[in-house]
Design a protein around this ligand. Structure first.
Ligand code: ADP
Length: 466
């Protein structure tokens, strides 16, 4: 069963249901009809016999008989027995016959006279008789008019009479229902095939993408909103995300190797130079200092990259808790105000008891990076001011400086990994500080904005959910 196609399974299921329904319909229709038809047959028998009761008369003298309306007459007792020509001897296969008190047939036809010879008369009651596997209904009426006492009318009809009508209905049903089932099954099969064709297309597209590894390819089912189109759209979204992830991965690898290439080549060159020929102690020392500086840079880069990647790929490893942001801001600002690089002063104003749900280590890193940048790109004797405020639904953390500022067109790019506006002014920076800040803000479901004017300074504003 598992190996069968969905199309086949659907068709099989509906065929079974359909055949079952048709069979039930057939049984119900047949039995209801049978009851109805047999009742009609019995009613017809009673009516015919009752009608015939008035058509049998007794006359004392032949002169009283209207010979124009007579079908049959005979000497009977002291007079004449007369049967009107309206007497229905056989109509709709209902046979009526006249019997005397000794059950001797006087008039009419009885198709099973031998078998009914022993069947006693029962007034106004239907009796059933099985003859040669056929059910017969027998209905008797005692004649009570003057002179006719002791005579009986006996009506007989066989069940076959009803069954013949029945079989014409059955024949119709037998002919119609199988054709109905066949048409429905064939129609259903092709309908299922047509409806499920997109699944085949999705399957082929996914296979092709899998074989070629080209995540830029998409499943194209044309326009539509049904479940299969939604499934295809879901797949396409997934391919897009995978493509983005692979792209990010590619960029990451190329960025890292690019950033590492410079310090590695500096170290290599320094080694080559000092090993070329004997050097003075000072020259060795200079070379070793350079190598030390470059290896520190590499180690910082690797550690920054690892932190950054961890936040991007395994954000769940950072646990969140209720964090007192006021305390963090005060502690970090106090420590960093001691740096006094370029004679820059650092002021801070933090509202009390500002608490958010977050990761203490990451939030500290965010503030440190912003303040570091403010020092790095600040002016001689300038200032940095840090503020922490509670708004209605969020918390606002800002870091302002009156440093070199950032040109408008650069402001959207500075959060990209390894982006540096002016390489020569970044000093020890490697273009990862703001990318990390942006990731931390995203991790906390917040937002970051920058307002800056070249030559005047910059303000970085972080909005975090309370
Ligand atoms: P970097 O290591 O170069 O500082 P960042 O990611 O921290 O890398 O910053 C990216 C770029 O944004 C920097 O190269 C710098 O040009 C600019 N920048 C960041 N902060 C400031 C600031 N406070 N004032 C002026 N420019 C800034």
């Amino acid at each position: 069963m598992k190996n069968l196609s969905i199309r086949f399974k659907i068709t099989l299921w509906f065929t079974i249901i359909l055949v079952f329904t048709v069979f039930c319909t057939y049984v119900i229709v047949f039995s209801v009809n049978r009851q109805l038809i047999l009742k009609t047959v019995r009613d017809e028998l009673i009516r015919t016999v009752e009608d015939n009761v008035d058509e049998v008369e007794y006359y004392k003298s032949i002169g009283n008989i209207d010979l124009h309306e007579v079908d049959y007459y005979m000497l009977f007792r002291d007079g004449y027995l007369e049967i009107d020509d309206d007497f229905l001897g056989c109509v709709n296969e209902v046979y009526t016959s006249l019997y005397n008190e000794n059950a001797v047939l006087l008039y009419g036809e009885n198709p099973i006279s031998r078998q009914t010879a022993d069947t006693g008369f029962l007034d106004a009651k239907i009796q059933r008789l099985m003859v040669h596997n056929t059910l017969y209904y027998v209905f008797d009426r005692r004649l009570t008019s003057e002179g006719l006492e002791g005579l009986w009318l006996r009506g007989i009809v066989s069940e076959n009479q009803g069954m013949r009508e029945m079989s014409s209905i059955t024949r119709l049903l037998l002919l119609f229902l199988p054709s109905y089932v066949t048409v429905s099954v064939i129609g259903g099969y092709f309908f299922a095939k047509r409806t499920l064709r997109p699944i085949q297309e999705i399957l082929e597209s996914v296979r092709k993408i899998g074989i070629s590894g080209d995540l830029k390819k998409r499943i194209d089912l044309g326009k539509g909103k049904d479940e299969l189109h939604q499934l295809a759209a879901g797949f396409n979204e997934m391919f897009q995300r995978l493509d983005d992830a692979f792209e990010a991965e590619r960029r990451f690898t190329s960025d890292v190797s690019h950033e590492l290439r410079t310090p590695v080549s500096v170290i290599k060159t320094q080694c080559e130079i000092v090993l070329e020929e004997p050097r003075s102690v000072e020259e060795y020392e200079r070379a070793l200092h350079t190598i030390q500086g470059q290896s520190r840079k590499m180690s910082r880069l690797i550690s920054d990259m690892l932190d950054f990647t961890r936040l991007q790929m395994r954000a769940e490893s950072y646990v969140c808790e209720a964090v007192d942001l006021s305390e963090i801001v005060r502690e970090i600002c106090f420590d960093m105000s001691l740096i006094r690089d370029k004679d820059i002063t650092l002021d801070y104003e933090a509202e009390d008891d500002v608490r958010i749900w977050g990761n203490r280590k990451l939030l500290s890193r965010l503030l440190v990076n912003l303040i570091n940048n403010a020092y790095r790109y600040g002016r001689e004797g300038g200032y940095i001011s840090v503020g922490l405020k509670q708004e209605k639904e969020y918390v606002r953390l800002s870091v302002s400086d009156n440093g070199i500022g950032i040109a408008n067109e650069e402001q959207s790019k500075i959060f990209h990994r390894f982006y540096q506006v002016d390489h020569s002014r970044s000093g020890n920076g490697m273009g990862l500080g703001l990318a990390m800040v942006s990731e931390i803000v995203q991790f906390h479901g917040g937002e970051i904005r920058v307002e800056s004017e070249p030559g005047k300074g910059s303000t970085f504003m972080v909005f975090l959910k309370k």
